[in-house]
Design a protein around this ligand. Structure first.
Ligand code: GAL
Ligand code: MG
Length: 971
């Protein structure tokens, strides 16, 4: 393994190959050949071996290192020609990655074998080929081997050749490796390893773009152990330079320099050349801080797998670019290559776009972690997988940390691998979650970073405050994004930003692994699927997103593979907008006493010149208005006042405030007033064209001051049925009490849903108690809702009002035993045809009480069909938190208007909770023609209990008495 990039001069062997799928590696290929794409997973196109999803458990019961006899084996074959001008050169076959064991043969003769499904294998085939000749290449890929037990990552199992195959040639005298160290102070050192006939004489030269020639460094001789030995006898040479005025590389400002290294023969002619883009940057750990170029940068990371809904594990350059561009646009500055090295292209892209990378070795022995971590038979594999990754990726400035793998317990192999990588590359820290699992204060050797997964906020802050912390704490996984999730991200970041020792983490994970499946035959739709089979996270009729079990795969772990911040087609989920706002480069604050607003630059190295902004004025009564804004000059980490818009229609007439200077005539209204700075890119960035929205920080200028309920004289009699259920022309189902929601994945896996079912909340029955009518036509309806642990009493008072509205005042009293319900509120159904919702509150994104930092408070409008979020397994979704008022109207603009006593959780969808809960996939749901409306006095936060902490106590729904009221009127 080496860091010399041979792609530019290589001959691609990608394309359609002959293919046979055998039942086992010792079966003989027959005369009949199919075709298969290379790269490609046969599991995505061959019905005899379909994708299989497991998390921890292995798909077969055999203990390591054994595997089943039934062992799908793909035989790939094609002809290739060796260019005649390669005569006298060294010819190399490069296989980017194959899953899992790779056996290479040319013209029937073996040339080598490789393991490690996520690193390349190279075979020197000079002796097996003839320049100008035509040969047959056979690559046999065996699915299961001893190595499968250390590739037990939580993902689909596939088989195939998953990265590109190519040929290249070098001179017999060649650069075997080039190792670059470039610090942010401009110190550059390039170590070259040369192979071939060395006795004919050789030398290396180097050239740095924009700087000039590098000098061959002769100062360090074999006796200088500290600087490392350089031995010409062994083919070693070193170039060095102190580059002045260097622009350091960072995720914010990823400056790259082209470095060319040439290998010369004794006569000075060039035998080999290597070109790479390098970055000057320094990573170090000082105390409990991880520093990049001397800055303690917060790590806003996300875990990424290689995944594509049509091709499985095969991802192209555009796929990888789109992944990283999406991350950048949503405020991520770091990616962990969970749980294996990615295609080198991904690191090129991270270098170019600016993302810090935790580069992880392909080691996860989850199911047999304890047996394997100290089993000497697996020692070489551990050390090789770590060392080969480091050898390949060491020159990428984006890589700031080496990770020894994932979920493999902690054993001697980890210490061995850590020792190797530390010695080989002292310029980067090493991390391994398992090494610091039980004792974060331990100084155990295999992890320089305490990188727990799913630790609670309480635990990590307690550690940071304990006085015992010795290492930076950066969560390798947190905020499990399964279904409707990522509650309390804002709480996390509030602590991380203010607690020394806490430095961020990596959300689990980037993308849902839903494979596009044809419902007609249950097969993967596959690489040849025509466009239009999915869009905006939703599959077209005839398709669905498959998860574990959908291909008849057993055992399986169901929908646990759908835990991404984006849908399988990379459509961002609402949680992405939450993250974007929390990671925003610009923040806004407002001081009501002085009436001044301040802009804060939250970046480490950039000023605000790459951004522009406009004001969005969001008035509860006056609606939205957009006016220009001028961002002040603010240095990184600094703050500066920003002028408020001159056009404020309802400038706060707060006590003691003079009002908008120059506009004393403006009327004060009773509604709220919010000001949002809509920040966009001023010009093209490598990851966002000019005009891309970056963040929408908001401040409240005025609270609602109008009286509640709005004063109104009697408007006549209210109509109810004999049981006290409201009869209203705009409603097809009257408001009744709701205590339940279609369980989210967090509710199910965290246990809340089972409790709710035991209590009977999913099948509440209303028992009318009394209906009374007063002299003015006001109706008071009292009902009881029995549950397994006590009865909930619900009272509704309906008052008709002169302005044509109906006031609904509700009280629900929950017994103490109902200490943690999903919601307390009203659920009703509207008349059909009211297809557009407009609301005042945060938006436009879906939000919940513990995930509501991502939206600007303003007036928002959306088709009802678009309010719903199609999480892969149907569940509670589409909620909007902090809604103050909303309308639902039809094409002619008529419909109903609801005003709430206080900001409330509201959802408007086409689905009843029970229907959502009964469905496993979206194609099983039939949307109603009307809307199901929930108005909640209280709604349980989302939490992350599918893997990690449950909803935090402040976001739980307490027992006792809840009161809420609202008005509804026709519009
Ligand atoms: C972690 C693991 C990940 C994934 C996640 C749950 O324990 O490292 O690979 O399984 O949990 O989705
Ligand atoms: Mg695992």
């Amino acid at each position: 393994m080496h860091a010399v990039d041979r792609r530019p001069g290589s001959v691609s062997l990608d394309g359609t190959w002959r293919f046979q799928l055998l039942p086992a590696p010792d079966a003989e290929p027959g005369p009949q050949w199919d075709e298969a794409p290379v790269p490609g997973c046969w599991t995505m196109h061959d019905p005899r071996d379909l994708p299989h999803y497991t998390n921890v458990q292995m798909p077969f019961p055999h203990h390591p290192p054994l595997v089943p006899e039934a062992n799908p084996t793909g035989v790939y074959e094609r002809e290739f020609e060796v260019p005649a001008q390669w005569a006298g050169r060294r010819t190399v076959l490069h296989v980017g990655a194959a899953e899992s064991v790779l056996i290479a043969e040319i013209d029937g003769a073996p040339v080598g074998i490789g393991k490690d499904s996520h690193l390349a294998s190279e075979f020197d085939i000079t002796a097996a080929v003839r320049p100008g000749g035509r040969h047959t290449l056979r690559l046999t890929v065996v699915k299961w081997s001893d190595a499968s037990h250390i590739e037990d990552q939580d993902q689909w199992w596939h088989g195939g050749i998953t990265r590109s195959v190519s040929l290249h040639a070098t001179d017999v005298l060649y650069l075997d490796d080039v190792a670059v160290r470039a610090g942010h102070d401009g110190e550059l050192r390039v170590d070259c390893r040369v192979r071939g006939p060395l006795d004919g004489g050789w030398s290396v030269s180097g050239e740095l773009e924009g700087y000039g020639e590098l000098v061959q460094d002769t100062a360090h001789d074999a006796s200088n152990r500290e600087l490392g030995r350089v031995s010409a006898f062994l083919g070693e040479a070193r170039l060095s330079a102190i580059v002045s005025g260097v622009r350091p590389w960072s995720a914010e400002s990823p400056s790259l320099y082209g470095l060319t290294v040439r290998l010369h023969r004794g006569d000075g002619s060039v035998a080999d050349t290597s070109y790479q883009r390098i970055g000057f940057r320094t990573v170090e750990i000082r105390g409990r801080d991880l520093l990049v170029n001397g800055d303690r940068v917060l790590i806003r990371g996300v875990n990424r797998h290689d995944f594509h809904p049509l091709t499985g594990r095969v991802v192209t350059e555009p796929d990888m670019r789109a992944d990283l561009v999406t991350m950048k646009r949503f405020g991520f500055n770091a990616v962990r290559t969970s749980h294996y090295p990615n295609d080198p292209v991904l690191l090129d892209l991270a270098d170019e776009l600016g993302l810090y990378v935790v580069d992880e070795a392909d080691i996860e022995s989850h199911d047999h972690a304890h047996e394997i971590a100290d089993d000497p038979r697996y020692l070489p594999a551990f050390v090789e997988r770590v060392s080969r990754m480091a050898l390949r990726d060491k020159n990428h400035p984006s890589v700031i940390v080496w990770s020894l793998g994932n979920e493999s317990d902690y054993g001697a192999h980890h210490d061995a691998a850590a020792a190797w990588v530390r010695r080989h590359d002292p310029t980067r820290p090493v991390q391994y979650e398992g090494a610091a699992k039980t004792d974060w204060s331990s100084t155990g050797i295999a992890s320089d970073i305490v990188c727990p997964m799913y630790a609670s906020l309480g635990e990590i802050t307690a550690h940071a405050r304990s006085g015992e912390q010795t290492k930076p704490l950066i969560l390798c996984e947190y905020s499990h994004a399964m279904g409707n999730s990522n509650g309390t991200l804002a709480d996390h970041w509030a602590e991380i930003e203010t607690t020394p020792g806490l430095q961020g983490g990596f959300i689990w994970e980037f993308r849902d692994h839903g494979i596009l499946q044809r419902t007609a035959d249950g097969r993967p739709a596959g690489p040849a699927t025509a466009p239009g089979a999915y869009a905006n996270g939703i599959t077209a009729p005839g398709y669905r997103w498959a998860y574990g079990g959908d291909f008849g795969d057993t055992p399986n772990d169901g929908v646990f593979c759908a835990d991404g911040m984006v849908f399988p087609d990379r459509t961002p989920k609402p949680a992405m907008y939450e993250h974007r706002e929390l990671a925003a480069p610009v923040r806004l604050s407002y001081d009501p006493a002085s009436g001044t607003a301040t802009v804060h630059n939250r970046q480490y190295v950039r000023d605000l010149a790459w951004l522009r902004a406009e004001w969005l004025i969001g008035g509860e009564e006056s609606g939205n208005r957009t006016v220009p804004a001028e961002l002040p000059d603010v240095p990184p980490g600094g703050s500066a006042p920003i002028a408020l818009p001159a056009e404020l229609p309802e400038f706060p007439r707060l006590p003691g405030h003079p009002g908008l200077p120059g506009h004393p005539e403006l009327p004060a209204e009773g509604g709220e007033l919010w000001l949002t700075l809509r920040v966009t890119t001023a010009d093209d960035q490598s990851w966002a064209p000019a005009g891309t929205e970056i963040c929408t920080p908001s401040v409240r200028l005025r609270e609602r001051t109008a009286a509640w309920p709005p004063p109104a004289a009697g408007g006549g009699a209210v109509e109810t049925d004999a049981d006290g259920l409201l009869v209203h022309p705009l409603l097809t189902a009257p408001p009744v009490l709701g205590l339940w929601r279609a369980p989210t994945d967090n509710d199910l896996l965290g246990g809340a849903a089972a409790r709710w079912r035991d209590w009977g909340l999913d099948a509440l029955v209303r028992k009318p108690v009394s209906v009374t009518r007063d002299g003015e036509g006001r109706v008071t309806a009292v009902a009881e809702y029995p549950t397994a642990v006590g009865t909930v009493v619900h009272e509704q008072v309906f008052t008709a009002r002169a302005d044509g509205s109906l006031l609904v005042e509700e009280t629900a009293t929950l017994p103490e035993a109902l200490h943690d319900v999903a919601r307390v509120g009203s659920v009703l159904e509207t008349a059909a045809g009211l297809d557009t919702m407009e609301w005042y509150g945060p938006g436009p994104w879906e939000s919940y009480p513990d995930r509501c930092a991502g939206g600007a408070v303003a007036r928002h409008r959306a088709p009802v069909d678009e309010l719903f979020t199609p999480y892969l397994r149907p569940q509670e979704s589409g909620g909007r938190s902090g809604v103050r008022s909303f309308t639902l109207t039809g094409a002619d603009g008529s419909g109903l208007a609801v005003r709430l006593d206080a900001p409330r959780q509201v959802s408007v969808t086409r689905h009843r909770a029970a229907d959502l809960a009964a469905a496993a996939h979206h194609d099983e749901l039939t949307p109603l023609d009307r809307s199901v409306v929930h108005i909640d006095a209280a709604h349980r936060g989302l939490g992350t209990a599918s893997c990690g902490p449950d909803t935090l106590p402040p976001y739980l729904v307490a027992p006792g008495t809840h009161r809420w009221s609202w008005t509804v009127r026709p519009v």
